[in-house]
Design a binder for this molecule. Structure first.
Ligand SMILES: C[S@@+](CC[C@H](N)C(=O)[O-])C[C@H]1O[C@@H](n2cnc3c(N)ncnc32)[C@H](O)[C@@H]1O
Length: 584
């Protein structure tokens, strides 16, 4: 593992590991996960702590524990924890194999970009830790490379590993890039399908970081597995599959009614259905949520489960009742209420509570919402959630697209902007920054706009960085102020500005999830902290041969929906989002 000491991994936050997402998916399926503002989170292989540190600041009453084998990476994370004064984030340089029961139980266990990259003994231990250290209603997140997609990508890894043999990791990456560039440029793509595919795949390498190329393609261990085999292994450890963190990836309906019907013909269980989807989409990477085998999941999604949820739309209006997502999904609705709801959501990129959405959508039709409205809208939103048109959360969004007179970013965002070319936003995503972004974001501490303009002018005048317009260096304070305003618009849209509790009216102040949990909070508090695991939970009633699902859990997640809207399916893209590009 010496490489991670000498050549640090990239620092990232991963939106799909956010406890709010895990909470939402678990509770939609009938679980009672811990409220995320009062929970314990463990991250295995946490690297530089980039995934936990922002959560530590945003949820000060929760506790975040990260472990990683690399002393150098943990030291970087610990320095940031100290700089931000976070008493609730604890990063430990230690082997996953050395984790002891004294660490207690956790409500959420995250393991991103580790499982496929460690030897079998550590893989087994990761699942065993989830069993032993997960609270009874806890949720674990494990990501891994999957087959059959990685058979295809493994070809590139084989070729690059055979060529890039230098001992020095920097040199090894350079060798790999040189070969990738050569093949990408000269492979006879026009003469063979295989060469055309190779060219496309190698084109991706140029966009990946050195650390990614090294740890995905050049390290010794990278062992992908079939989804079904992963679920079987989880079952052997007393764990069952809850859902994919990318919920819409579970739905065959996303690929059209014929695909859905034919997969139903092949598959007897939810797990098999998803396995066939992996064959179909040549999937490279998965993010699986697991819980204890004993938990009874209710996969029948009904509109009442939307109570208190925050709905965010990925669909933008494009006229005449048509809404489109950036990845090609098209919804054509003539239903005035659904159209009004999608139109309303497009004005609230940070999301709206379901109840508030019903009120606002019905208001545009000149009336209050009826029970039937709520059911119809709820059913349609669940369908859209299953196919990727909308996202659901539960916790109050902490960011705002509005720019106040004293804009403020989180301390972690400011700290990262001051020290690196990337930062983390309030949606738990990593954002790349140019020098002007960095200069602005690190000063978003609630000072006035004028004070912000003055500081930027000062930087430019003193040559800290240059700003150019049409090839000319800009020093004029008015122009710079204009530029800062443009940048602020973008920074706001990127989810970097904190909600101003006093002035923001975009979402009800009451945190519904908080209210739901208020009553059992004290009880949990007593039990979840300082709860060393004396004995592992009993591994009862699940054989090695099964797939870990109860008989009645063998059906794909069902959405009980209102009238179905016309959904044009997006083109299937095997390179879905950052899937397969990020082990991490
Ligand atoms: C590919 S990196 C992923 C880091 C981070 N989770 C991410 O996704 O960005 C894999 C991490 O696992 C850590 N790791 C590997 N084997 C480990 C072990 N046995 N115990 C603890 N950490 C380990 C490495 O040090 C490294 O930081």
């Amino acid at each position: 593992m010496a490489d991670y000491e000498d050549f640090l991994y990239d620092k990232h936050a991963f939106a799909d590991t956010h406890p709010d997402l895990l909470y939402t998916l678990g509770s939609l399926f009938g679980m009672q996960p811990a409220p995320i503002d009062k929970c314990r989170v463990l991250e295995l292989g946490c690297g530089l702590g980039g995934n936990l540190i922002p959560l530590g600041e945003l949820f000060p009453e929760s506790e975040f524990v990260g472990v990683d084998l690399s002393v150098a990476q943990i030291a970087v994370g610990q320095a940031e924890v100290r700089a931000l004064g976070l008493g609730n984030v604890h990063l430990h340089a230690m082997d996953i194999l050395a984790l002891t029961p004294q660490m207690g139980r956790f409500d959420y266990i995250l393991c991103h970009g580790v499982y496929s990259w460690v030897p079998p003994a550590v893989q087994d231990r990761i699942l065993a830790i989830c069993r032993v250290h997960l609270a009874p209603q806890g949720i674990a997140y494990v990501s891994y490379n999957t087959l059959p997609g990685w058979h295809v990508r493994g070809l590139i890894r084989d070729v690059l590993r055979r060529h890039a043999t230098a001992t020095d990791p920097v040199e090894r990456v350079a060798q790999a890039r040189e070969l990738a560039e050569f093949i990408h440029r000269f492979t006879p793509a026009e003469r063979s399908h295989a060469a055309a595919w190779l060219k496309a795949e190698l084109g991706v390498i140029g966009r990946l970081s050195d650390a990614y190329v090294l740890y995905e393609h050049l390290v010794e261990v990278n062992t992908p597995c079939y989804f079904k085999d992963f679920v079987t292994k989880a079952a052997q450890n007393g764990l069952q599959y809850v859902a994919d963190a990318e919920f819409s990836s579970m739905s065959p309906a996303r690929y059209g009614p014929e695909v859905a019907a034919r997969i139903e013909g092949f598959a007897r269980t939810l797990v098999e259905s998803e396995q066939y989807l992996d064959y179909l989409t040549v999937r490279f990477f998965r993010r699986s949520l697991l819980c204890h085998h004993e938990v009874r999941l209710n996969r029948k999604l009904t509109a009442d489960r939307l109570a208190g949820r925050v709905v965010t739309s990925r669909l933008k209006p494009s006229g005449d009742g048509v809404f489109r997502s950036s990845d090609g999904m098209v919804i054509d609705t003539q239903d005035p209420l659904i159209g009004a709801a999608l139109q309303t959501l497009s004005g609230y990129p940070q999301g709206l509570r379901f109840e508030e959405l019903c009120v606002r959508a019905a208001a545009t039709l000149g009336r209050p919402p009826t029970r039937i409205d709520r059911e119809e809208l709820g059913g349609t939103l669940l369908e859209l959630f299953a196919t990727g048109g909308v996202l659901l959360g539960t916790w109050k969004p902490l960011w705002t697209p509005q720019i106040s007179s004293r804009p403020k970013a989180a301390r972690f965002s400011r700290h990262e902007a001051a020290h690196s070319e990337q930062t983390t936003n309030l949606r738990h995503q990593t954002i790349s920054l140019d020098p002007l972004d960095r200069a602005i974001i690190r000063r978003l501490d609630g000072r006035s706009r004028q004070a912000l303009y003055d500081a930027i002018v000062d930087d430019v005048v003193h040559g800290v960085f240059n700003v150019e317009r049409e090839g000319e260096r800009v020093t004029n304070p008015e122009w710079l102020a204009e530029l800062v305003d443009q940048k602020l618009e973008r920074i706001a849209a990127q989810g970097l500005l904190l909600v101003d509790e006093e002035t923001d009216t975009s979402i009800s102040k009451e945190n519904i999830a908080y209210v739901l949990h208020r009553h059992d909070r004290d009880h949990r508090q007593k039990n979840q902290h300082a709860d060393p695991v004396d004995e592992p939970l009993e591994l009862a009633g699940h054989g090695a041969a099964g797939d870990g699902l109860d008989a009645d859990e063998h059906q794909p997640a069902a959405v009980e929906a209102g009238e179905r809207q016309q959904v044009e399916q997006p083109e299937v893209d095997a390179e879905d989002g950052h899937e397969g590009e990020e082990p991490g």
